[in-house]
Write a protein that binds this ligand. Sequence first.
Ligand code: BGO
Length: 258
Amino acid sequence: MKIIALLGNPNSGKTSIFNILTGSNQQVGNWPGVTVERKSGFYKKDKSICIQDLPGLYSLSPYSPDEQVARDFLSKTPPDVLINIVDSTNLERSLYLTLQLMEFGIPMVLALNMSDLVESLGKKIDTEKLSYSLGLPVVTTSAIKNKGLDEAVNLALKTHEIKPLDYDHRLEGALSEIAKVTGFTSRFDQIKAFEADKIALSVLTENQKSELEEIVNITEKIMADDRESIIVNERYDLIGHIVNLCVSDTSTGKANMT
Ligand code: BGO
């Protein structure tokens, strides 16, 4: 059985898409140990495909039980493929989660939902450029018009590889050193260690932690910023470039900052 997980910001249209894809084939329960609702179901058109719904998220910090559930699921029981549902009327904000999800290295498709609203806002998204910039398959969807949803599933089933995007070379250097010191093979864990995330640090020895601190201190000095801001700024810089390249204002014809 193939497992496809749906992830996205709250109000991206995830529930609407889950309901269309699974119909009445749904099981509802709770994630283990928390009162966060767990919904899964079989794809209406192929019962060998299980669709797993995850809570709506802005990040994977994890500051909330929802974020914790999603992070545990992606690290401990990774699905075969993710469909990241984004509100295409708010691409800049949505891509912040996309970049984090990509760090898990799980095959992924980007579903540009609410596509029916984009044109009326005087915007146009170049999906080919977006796909090229992110290195991800991109599909345009509208849950309200039931458009593009089967295409998203079909594309997900064909997707095999994903390469997280590179940040500034100074940060990349630090992340490679962190990989050596910690033994973390997942880029998500390396970045979390850089950020001094409690869960990432909890599995490290005192010696590993002090080596990590040394790497981070040097990087903070050469990048003249603190560890958390370095990561946030790198992500937003990259997103800014991508949005500038891929979103245009159809009323003026100019590149647009969504
Ligand atoms: C209300 N296009 C448009 N135009 N709207 C969409 C689309 C789409 O592609 N997809 C979803 N919506 P959820 P999360 C609502 O409920 O699936 C709408 O949080 C309303 N409700 O219909 O719940 C969807 O699971 C009253 O809108 O998202 C829903 O990710 C007035 O986006 C909202 C207007 O969808 C969130 C809208 C009482």
